[in-house]
Design a protein around this ligand. Sequence first.
Ligand code: SF4
Length: 186
Amino acid sequence: MAEKSWEILEGACLSCKKCRLWETRTNVVIGTGNRNADILFIGEGPGQQEDLQGIPFVGPAGQLLDKMLTAINLTRDDVYIANIVKCRPPGNRDPHSDEQEACLNYLRYQLMLVKPKIIVCLGRIAAQAVISPDFRITRERGIWHDRKGYKIIATYHPSALLRDESKKRPAWEDFKSIRDMYQSIK
Ligand code: SF4
């Protein structure tokens, strides 16, 4: 049954033209990782490498995310990773609100299938879509929210850490908090 549901999701995404981003995509980037994970990471949208390979977080930001997962004793096999939009915004611009709106049902469907206990929003765009439209990442990252049975937290997007070294320390504090929460629900 779950297998069939994933097939339906993949079929819908691969043929999707619900927003303008389909016109410039190479691949639809649906998600990757453990479909039964207790923890689900949500990024913003595919970048250049992700668009070329069809897999989320495979470029430099993805390599940093892998290192941060390793540091809290997790691998990609322990987590599921998806994005707010499944097609690359040209030039890595922020996805527009109508594009996010058009794509969010796919993420909702993924949440329904994976049934994570913990959701980690990577960056402002994901936090604003999932937690609150006026979410301020610098002030509100690292705070846990209880919503619809999920424990939800936001931290910096790994690409922000690559641009600004000073964000690495607070991001590491967030990851330790994620590790502790993950251990508490196991
Ligand atoms: S970004 Fe989402 S809604 Fe837009 S075309 Fe791609 S899959 Fe469809």
